[in-house]
Design a protein around this ligand. Structure first.
Ligand code: GDP
Ligand code: IMO
Ligand code: MG
Length: 428
């Protein structure tokens, strides 16, 4: 069966982009199914760093057709910028290789303004969004007043819808005594972007189904992570889409009969950017060591916003839950190299919540805030593992760490990454 779904198993930034880039080497299609340019997927190929926000990570493989699925919310101006940046780096980003679903939703300047206004209004209850307009765009989609990408093929109609959306938001901003959106400043760039993107528009649902029926290999690229899922995540500190397995099917429009693998990507420790409880969060020197200084592009600073990521020990409670929600067939563990040199490592194997032990995260934020991790301590390793390519060559303690993750999650490990380069992977 031809479809493989790649999903973040934590709070995003697990290394999904590099996993997809690797799996895309023999894929016919790579398709994003949820989110928008809140995502930041970093690829490192032949000493060049590529930071992708909207365009799928398969774009560096010339044989792969890339799809932005119906489940996405797309800022058209930023999509054009990304196409131009990649083209300037010598990547072929033509309509033969890239398709935008006519059913995807457009992020308007009104959504971006509302994202900021709503974050400010939350005061110290801020969600810490990426301020890309994601939440307001999905709200309009669910409220049945969004603008779909297909509208860009009828420019007059599209501009009318855009003008109406901005004027309506301006009325609200005026009532609240807030600065208004400059309609004229936005119409021209949106018009130009629509003209540029029109050739990329396609019924990607029909395309994907036809391709899957004829056995094309499709890699579905998740954005964000299971704990940021609006249903399954640490609500309300989540994104507004469904980054988990159900979102892949609804966000691309094909059925489960085509799916044979659902691969979870998990970092060898925990990170989170934005607000919300994170039971294994560390402070001080240990956190800094996991985060890095920011000198290396792989250090824990947001790809989209540059914010330092919160860092902590690996949380197997969260991982076990992500395995359950998504039915992962395998896990890819990333950034094992960062753990070299720690004398000992901790893994949260359960939580203690109000005196009770729990193997799964609670459903409420209040309880998650009170969750005390129950740790297991494992011995560390001092060796540099970045050059290792076979599981049996890993230092004994590194292998034991990885094997323990598989055991705690009852899910096999597919591969372990030990550096950001395409080939820095350890296979079983
Ligand atoms: P994504 O959003 O899930 O695609 O992840 P990001 O790209 O936001 O963050 C992951 C970061 O870790 C990127 O800078 C990757 O280049 C880097 N990375 C991925 N795997 C490894 C690894 O095994 N070791 C190291 N050192 N860096 C890695
Ligand atoms: P990738 O695909 C990490 C977080 C934000 C915030 C919350 C809501 O690179 O893993 P939003 O702008 O979506 O309304 O913000 O979700 N968030 C991410 N965190 N990686 C991401 O994407 C994220 N996309 C959104 O920080 O806490
Ligand atoms: Mg990221």
């Amino acid at each position: 069966m031809p479809a493989t779904i790649i999903i973040g198993a934590q709070w995003g930034d697990e290394g999904k982009g590099r996993a997809v880039d690797w799996l895309a080497s023999d894929a016919d299609i790579v398709a994003r199914y949820s989110g928008g340019d809140n995502a930041g997927h970093t690829l490192y190929v032949n000493s060049e760093v590529f930071k992708l926000h909207l365009i799928p990570s398969g774009i560096l493989h010339p044989q792969a057709v890339c799809v932005l699925g119906n489940g996405m919310v797309v800022n058209p101006v930023n999509m054009v910028k990304e196409i131009d940046q990649l083209s300037a780096m010598g990547i072929d980003v033509t309509p033969e290789r890239l398709m935008l679903s006519t059913r995807a939703h457009i992020i308007t300047p009104a959504h971006i303004t509302l994202d900021s206004v709503q974050e400010k209004a939350r005061g110290d209850q801020k969600l810490g969004t990426t301020l890309r307009g994601i939440g307001p765009a999905y709200l309009d989609k669910i409220g049945r007043k969004g603008i779909r990408a297909g509208k860009m093929s009828d420019l007059e109609n599209y501009l009318e819808a855009l003008t109406q959306a901005i004027e309506q938001t301006n009325e609200q901003l005026r009532r609240d005594g807030l600065p208004l959106i400059d309609l004229d400043a936005h119409l021209q760039p949106y018009l130009e972007a629509a003209e540029r993107l029109r050739p990329f528009l396609a019924d990607t649902t029909v395309f994907l189904n036809e391709q899957l029926r004829s056995n094309a290999q499709v890699v579905c690229e998740g954005a964000q992570g299971t704990l940021l899922d609006v249903d399954h995540g640490s609500y309300p500190f989540v994104t507004s889409s469904s980054p988990s397995v159900g979102g892949a099917l609804s966000g691309l429009g094909f059925g489960p009969k085509y799916v044979d693998r659902v691969i979870g990507v998990a970092k060898a420790f925990s990170t989170r950017v934005g607000s919300g409880a994170m039971p294994t969060e560390l402070e001080g020197a240990l956190a800094q060591r996991l985060r890095g200084t920011g000198e290396n592009f792989w250090d824990e600073f947001g790809t989209t916003t540059g914010r330092p990521r919160r860092c902590g020990w690996l949380d197997a409670v969260i991982l076990r839950y992500a395995c359950a929600v998504n039915g992962f067939t395998e896990l890819i563990i990333t950034k094992l190299d960062i753990l070299s040199g720690f004398e000992e490592l901790k893994i949260a194997i359960a939580y203690q919540i109000h005196g009770e032990r729990s193997d799964y995260p609670p459903s409420t934020m209040e309880e998650l805030q009170h969750a005390q991790p129950i740790y297991e301590t494992l011995p560390g390793w001092s060796e540099d593992v970045s050059g290792i390519r076979r599981m049996e060559d890993l230092p004994k303690n590194a292998r034991a760490y990885v094997e323990r993750i598989a055991e705690l999650c009852d899910t096999p490990i597919y591969t372990v990454s030990v550096g950001p380069e395409r080939d820095q992977l350890v296979h079983a």
